[in-house]
Design a protein around this ligand. Structure first.
Ligand SMILES: [Fe+2]
Length: 302
């Protein structure tokens, strides 16, 4: 059966119908998907039938799997992250359960694994249990940082060019104090890192995009605390502009994948006590650091 590829928005995103991601991937299909990721940054495959093993197999086609840093009882495999308010045994967890609090943090704009020196390349998320169509919230929203950068004023581009943000896995606790303390080893494996707020893309002719999160810190560095908070709040508001965004309304068995170098995402909050939402995620490990306008590799090229 031929692949049917439909555009989702003018800016980014495609939907692919007529493909079974649980089967071994042919080289020609892998090429089509990689090109779609490069050009459109987001793919939704409809009507999939996957489990943790087949999701891990599919994810491995695009690179090595990232291993989640914490021991977490909601998952069976270290490479498969449960984005879920349902335990591995099928129990609907309380909104105050620490595993659910971590999910709530996902409602802040972010890009996956920004707390690593080599942040995640692609995330691949499968909807096992999704909210009913008439429920409020539960969608995953994406914002295109290449387009957001292009639309900045020259004044803002100049302001942001040299700045950086601290991304700290431990600092998720600062935003969500209900989470348990990390162990010494967990903290030591993931010390804070900084990334430039303007990201340069060598594989896109050194084009620039925004790169920041609001799930690990709420400040931009390189300025006073007060100014850094103000600028961060401005960025959060700016990138939520509908011109840059696509909101994915989940149907059960959707498989979506996105490029973490280009898109920020967030889950739209929903009634955690009323609805079950269970998803599993495979993550393709990044192999390169985030380059900013002043990194040596960029300065010698442009
Ligand atoms: Fe995420």
């Amino acid at each position: 059966m031929d692949l049917i590829i439909e555009k989702l928005t003018d800016n980014f995103g495609v939907q692919i119908n007529g493909f079974d991601c649980s089967k071994p991937l042919q080289a020609k299909d892998l090429m089509i998907f990689k090109k779609a990721m490069q050009d459109s940054h987001f793919i939704c495959f409809k009507n999939q039938k996957l489990d943790g093993n087949s999701l891990a197999q599919f994810t491995k086609n695009f690179g090595d799997l990232e291993v989640y840093p914490e021991k977490d009882k909601t998952k069976g495999k270290l490479e498969i992250f449960n984005v879920s308010n349902v335990s591995e045994d099928g129990e609907h967890l309380s909104p105050n359960d620490q595993r659910v609090i971590l999910q709530k943090n996902n409602s802040r704009w972010h890009t996956d694994s920004s707390y690593r020196y080599y942040p995640a390349l692609f995330s691949i998320l499968y909807g096992v249990e999704t909210l009913p169509a008439d429920a409020i919230g539960g969608q995953t929203e994406f914002s295109n940082m290449l387009v957001a950068y292009e639309n900045l004023s020259e004044e803002k581009k100049i302001l942001l060019d040299p700045l950086h943000q601290v991304h700290s896995y431990n600092d998720i606790r600062r935003l969500e104090p209900g989470l348990p303390e990390l162990t010494y080893n967990e903290k030591s494996n993931f010390p804070p890192v900084t990334h430039p707020v303007i990201r340069v893309h060598p594989d896109r002719n050194y084009k620039k995009s925004l790169y920041f999160t609001s799930n690990t810190s709420l400040e931009i560095g390189g300025m006073s605390l007060e100014d850094g908070k103000k600028l961060h709040a401005w960025l959060v508001d700016y990138i939520a502009d509908k011109r840059f965004c696509y909101k994915h309304s989940w149907e059960k068995n959707d498989l979506i994948m996105w490029d973490n170098r280009v898109l920020l995402h967030r889950v739209i909050p929903y009634d955690y006590a009323k609805y079950r939402r269970a998803m599993i995620r495979g993550t393709v490990e990044g192999k390169v650091p985030v380059l900013g306008p002043f990194s040596n590799e960029v300065r010698t090229q442009v």
